[in-house]
Write a protein that binds this ligand. Structure first.
Ligand code: G6Q
Length: 555
């Protein structure tokens, strides 16, 4: 057990501040956001700030200076600072797996020593970075080429969950930075449609497969990797495999058993959680796609956010404020979900990525003392880029019965020259947060309908449907531009938000026993499918579905 245990495992709901927050909630819940602005037009001064290349505005949220003061007290009661120190200094805070949580070491470009079990782990980190740098040089220069000496032009990352979502999202987000002679592909799903639809576009002579798996035992990844090798061997020979297959893993034995030479293996370590691993060699597909220097900038951006999280005062600490806001809505306002709305097509995979990072980390119902939790924990994370989402689900955000706090994310300067598009995009980005807060009053509706020539009777009938109550909370995260560096900061911002929430909710954010269970369950049924026999111990519904599959398979 880690040293910090005695100091940090506090049930937030039993703190004095939680009760004060409850009382404060009773007071503030009926004050609209509009009224908060009327009561204190200067709220923007303390609820918005610049940080590096970011501008944060939290003022369109149900909070006041008093709320922030209470959050701050709660942070101290749950020992947030101590918990941060424990994570950054490599204590084994992932207690159920007895592991440290050191993804921050992977972007510690300042190279300050970080000790784990008495060993400074930074040389390990820099070794692997160097290895990726050299490999990238070789691939880029053609020194590492395919078996017919043709240059590699397709990179296929085969991985799932944490070994897929991060690099996939980053590659998509950094499309303007892609080398022009290489295309990345991502295969994750065991569904044969996924790999077959990708392979049909590829040439084995110019394709490099990265088998990315922390454990190197994940069934989907191993099956896809075998399929890829089989496909490759239709053209290439066994001795060519080393030119076209590399592995990223913590498990050297399994990698070599699979037939990938240990020299073609990029390492990472058990102190890097899967969903926090894009900063490690799991980022190899990123390096090969956008180049090593851009990968370093991504790390640098994350390192900047780490410093901000460690050093910024509470009132201007973006990840901390976002964490508390999430708790505020989740536990007091009864909000169940949190929408992530990037007004940037390049961030198309961002909410999907965060879904895993957040929901796998804080979707827990047992506290750090092993007791069942009675308060709400992890938020349901979802979202789509704007403006597409506006034409789909925003109706519910505007007029539905649920409160859905939204994060609006955008970059001011686009990587393209279509300024007319960008102005419209950003106008929508800004207009939506305004509309969600201010709504549309009956007076405005009446005026508009009168101008359209409707009769009083018609106006009366239509009125309830056309009025928007507003009062829907949003946070604005506005960047100068989306670069490798700002993207690194943006991802780390959410990582720390998730961490701080885990501390407040008193859960272990870095294990994932639910995922492990999922990995085991299918095995039993797979055996039955392969043996063509159903175990009568399943419930009758499950038996029937297995039988149905066996029957359909035969026809
Ligand atoms: C992440 C999870 C999970 C994991 C995948 C893939 O935090 O543990 O999403 O990344 O199940 O696991 P492997 O990398 O071991 O194949």
């Amino acid at each position: 057990m880690a040293r910090m245990t005695m100091h940090v495992n506090i049930d937030c709901t039993e703190t004095n501040t939680w009760k004060l927050l409850q009382a404060h909630y009773e007071e503030i819940q009926n004050t609209t956001l509009n009224n908060l602005f009327h009561q204190d037009p200067k709220r923007i001064d303390y609820l918005s700030f610049e940080e590096g290349k970011f501008f944060f505005d939290f003022s369109k949220n149900h909070l006041t200076q008093e709320t922030i003061g209470l959050f701050k007290k709660l942070a101290s009661e749950v020992n947030l600072e101590l918990a941060k120190k424990a994570m950054f200094e490599g204590e084994k805070i992932n207690q159920t797996e007895n592991r440290a949580v050191l993804h921050t070491a992977l972007r510690n470009l300042d190279n300050n020593p970080i000790y784990l079990d008495g060993e400074n782990i930074m040389p390990l980190v820099f070794n692997e970075l160097e290895k990726m740098k050299l490999f990238n040089q070789k691939v880029e220069s053609g020194q590492h080429s395919g078996f017919t000496s043709k240059k590699i032009n397709s990179i296929v990352n085969i991985g799932i969950g944490g070994s897929d979502l991060g690099p996939n999202m980053v590659c998509e987000a950094l499309k303007p930075y892609w080398r022009n002679d290489v295309t990345p592909y991502f295969v994750s799903n065991i569904d044969g449609n996924h790999i077959s639809n990708i392979l049909k576009h590829l040439d084995p002579e110019t394709t490099l497969f990265i088998i990315a798996s922390k454990t190197f035992t994940t069934e989907e990844t191993m099956t896809n990797a075998k399929t890829a090798r089989h496909w490759f061997l239709k053209k290439g020979s066994l001795s060519d495999v080393s030119k076209h297959f590399v592995a990223v893993s913590t498990n050297e034995q399994k990698v070599t058993e699979f037939g990938i030479d240990a020299n073609n293996m990029f390492k990472f370590w058990d102190w890097v959680g899967g969903r926090y691993s894009l900063w490690s060699t799991i980022g190899l597909s990123i390096v090969l796609t956008v180049g090593y220097d851009n990968f370093l900038s991504l790390l640098r951006g994350a390192e900047k956010m780490d410093k901000h999280f460690k050093e910024a005062p509470f009132e201007q600490n973006a990840p901390t404020l976002m964490a508390f806001l999430g708790v505020w809505y989740n536990n007091f306002f009864n909000a169940q979900t949190q929408a992530i709305l990037p007004y940037d097509q390049l961030l198309a995979h961002f909410s999907k990525y965060l879904q895993q990072a957040d929901m796998e980390s804080n979707g827990k119902s047992i506290d750090r003392n092993g007791q069942t939790i009675t308060h709400q924990t992890g938020q349901i994370i979802w979202g789509e880029p704007g403006t597409n989402g506006q034409h789909a689900f925003y109706q519910l955000i505007h007029q539905g019965t649920k409160i859905i706090p939204c994060d609006f994310i955008a970059a001011a300067k686009p990587p393209h020259a279509l300024i007319a598009h960008q102005d419209i995009l950003i106008a929508n980005f800004i207009a939506k947060t305004e509309a969600l807060m201010t709504g549309k009053s009956p007076e405005t509706v009446e005026k508009q309908l009168k101008m359209q020539g409707l009769t009083d009777d018609e106006i009366k009938k239509l009125m309830p449907f056309k009025v928007f109550t507003g009062n829907r909370p949003t946070s604005t995260i506005f960047m100068n531009e989306l670069t490798p560096e700002t993207l690194g900061s943006l991802i780390a911002l959410y990582e720390h938000k998730i961490f701080a929430q885990g501390v407040i909710w008193n859960v272990f954010s870095f294990d994932q026993w639910g995922v492990e269970l999922g990995k085991q369950l299918a095995g039993t049924i797979l055996k039955e499918i392969r043996n063509n026999s159903v175990n009568p111990q399943h419930d009758s519904s499950t038996q029937q579905i297995i039988n149905k599959y066996l029957e359909l398979k035969r026809t």
